[in-house]
Design a protein around this ligand. Sequence first.
Ligand SMILES: [Zn+2]
Length: 235
Amino acid sequence: MSKHVVLGDRVNASVVILREGVLVIDTSVDPDGARQVQAEAQKHGEVLYVINTHEHGDHLAGNSLFACPIISSAPARKRMEQAKASALPAITFSQEMELFLSEPVMLKHYGGHSPGSAVIYFPKRKLLFTGDLVFAGRVPYMGEAVYRDWLAALTELEGWKVDTVVPGHGPQGGKEVLTRQRQWLEEYIEAVRTWTAQGLTPQDIFNQVLSRHQVVERWHPMIKKSIELIQHEFK
Ligand SMILES: [Zn+2]
């Protein structure tokens, strides 16, 4: 019974099976993925709530397929509304929220990756869904990062009792997934700051990043933005 299913390759969407029904955490990136999430959820019972980890569109494709209420952080809902998302959350929280189901479910807002980024935690299972606060095994999307908030979130989560971490992208793993993401971000920030202090131009810094990390071309503008954000935040 104590079970969860993670669907996803490009982006993770999950179904958590509880005694009284299921929770869906994020609803995939495109219509095909969305239908898979819906089919998987229906296999296990009534869908009680859809929870969106944050507002980025690649996590919301199937929102409109579910009749149950959607839950997100308040900042995430605000951004979804601005982006004219097709199905908006009916329930929001600004800092923390707890669902009193057959087992407790805790939601906490952090920001960092995006203004609305939150995590979902099942303390009895020591199971944590981080949304895009964690990209496992790949360069994270940092196009609107607030790095200090992001690092503070990961540092706090590393102190929680967690056996299983389901990231927003990439395979689930143990607690080390959190530590790896924090260290990756720390090293990235440190490298950009060092190159900046050495007088490298933004273009040179961008080239340094590309020589060290695999980044798909459509994310090149994101990398440039991430460098700007570091230079702005750590002046
Ligand atoms: Zn995201």
